[in-house]
Design a protein around this ligand. Structure first.
Ligand code: CA
Length: 429
């Protein structure tokens, strides 16, 4: 993709400084891990807050059913989800029925523990999900399992217990009775880590649960949606629940229809993610699996240990990876709060827009930074890299010729150190 740098020509930096920058300014450099930064999570009102009492949004991925896609339950996969996807949470979705824990308890538990151990060692949060839709039928097994998890991990802030994935064909009082029992056993060992409880109708009836919440502290309720099937009506249910004072956690959602297949509805997914941002609700996307179904992030045959090139990612994976990478970067906070520089980090709207075939993109940097300016399509696929180098402080302009791209909406993202900004543009031919 052709581009021409117009301004400035003035950057002089020593070779040594360039080397130092290359070490200290990777695109998603973190001063500390997510768990070092946020520590022990708790529920305050209808929000999840961190150790400093500040609402926190975690964004990450669900692993697929453990009995079917156990090849992703390992530290290399978790490492990749952290370092390439920028996930600060992973959900280990331990199958219960369908050949899962009820059939092979030690095998399935070992898969979960491999993921939990990796998340603890690498400093992110992890959801231990009892992935079942009839959990009240296996109460004693659930208690045994969660007591074991609480004994092994209740003393670290990383873990979140999810005791019932998606209650189906069951009323809230039944779910509540089950939850009450499991929570009592967890709390006898671990007094404070978050416990997430599923809600009736595949974890959609959060408004029903809000009418009669559990009486324990640090409880959140699952809200699940599949964006092409579940729209404003379900956001309204969430708003009702929040207004009644319970905290919600989107432990699972899909970009497509509720079957896991059908169209990838990026528009509705974006509307949902904006809603979650506004309400400070954390989320995990379904799922890390190498399947043909729309919700799967990876093409069939993808490695179980990460290292996925963009060509290995399916549209949903590309789209969500970009949402996680941008959402979990500390957007302009480190730079934006600085009062020492008269110039703030920023990416400006391109001009003209819409355009054909050339447009001008400008951005400003408060300090010399390693900069990457990338154009993506609406599915999150990289279409062009306009800048990828160290730039000086000040205003920069890039002229871009998009003649190779077809008409449509695209996103352009600027990464500089820990700061990221994204804007939309339109090619109109
Ligand atoms: Ca604890």
């Amino acid at each position: 993709m052709a581009y021409r740098k117009i301004h400035p020509a003035s950057f002089h930096l020593s070779f040594v400084f360039a080397i130092v920058l290359s070490f200290y300014s990777p695109a998603y450099a973190q001063d500390s891990t997510a768990v070092e930064k946020h520590g022990q999570l708790r529920i305050q009102g209808n929000k999840m807050v961190d150790k400093n009492g500040i609402p926190v949004i975690l964004r990450g991925m669900c692993l697929y059913w453990s009995q079917w896609k156990g090849q992703f339950y390992n530290s290399e996969c978790v490492d990749w989800l952290i370092n390439d996807w920028n996930c600060n949470i992973v959900r280990a979705s331990m199958a219960v029925g369908s050949g899962g824990y009820l059939t092979n308890p030690s095998v399935e538990k070992a898969k979960v523990k491999a993921v939990v151990d990796a998340c603890i060692s690498l400093g992110i949060y992890v959801i231990i999900d009892w992935h079942d839709d009839k959990a009240q039928n296996y109460l004693s097994q659930s208690i045994t399992f969660f007591e074991g998890m609480a004994r092994d991990y209740g003393n670290v802030p990383n873990i979140i217990y999810e005791i019932y994935n998606e209650p189906t064909n069951v009323q809230w009082p039944t779910v509540k009775t089950y939850a009450d029992s499991v929570i009592t056993h967890i709390r006898a060992i671990d007094q404070n880590n978050l416990i997430v409880v599923g809600t009736p109708s595949w974890s959609q009836d959060v408004d029903v649960a809000a009418n009669s919440p559990l009486s324990y502290t640090n409880i959140a309720y699952s809200l699940h949606f599949y964006a092409a099937s579940h729209k404003q009506l379900y956001r309204n249910k969430a708003t009702t629940a929040l207004n009644k004072g319970i905290a919600l956690f989107v432990t699972e959602f899909g970009t497509c229809e509720s079957s896991g297949t059908g169209i990838l509805d990026s528009t509705e997914t974006t509307t949902w993610l904006n809603f979650l941002e506004q309400n400070k609700i954390s989320w995990c996307n379904w799922s890390i699996a190498d399947l043909t179904e729309t919700s799967a992030a990876l093409n069939p045959g993808a490695s179980g240990t990460g290292g996925w090139a963009n060509s290995v990612l399916k549209p949903s994976g590309l789209f969500i990876r970009q949402k996680i990478r941008i959402g979990n970067s500390s957007v302009a906070t480190s730079v934006g709060s600085s009062t020492e520089s008269p110039i703030k980090f920023g990416l400006n709207q391109n001009y003209p827009n819409p355009f054909n075939p050339t447009t001008m993109i400008s951005f400003q940097l408060p300090m010399m930074s390693k900069v990457k300016l990338t154009v993506y399509d609406v599915l999150g696929r990289e279409k062009a890299t306009l800048v990828d180098e160290v730039e000086s402080a000040g205003v920069h302009k890039v002229e871009w010729n998009a003649s190779a791209l077809s008409s449509g909406v695209y996103f352009y993202a600027l990464q500089a150190g820990n700061s990221v900004d994204v804007k939309k543009l339109m090619v109109l031919k």
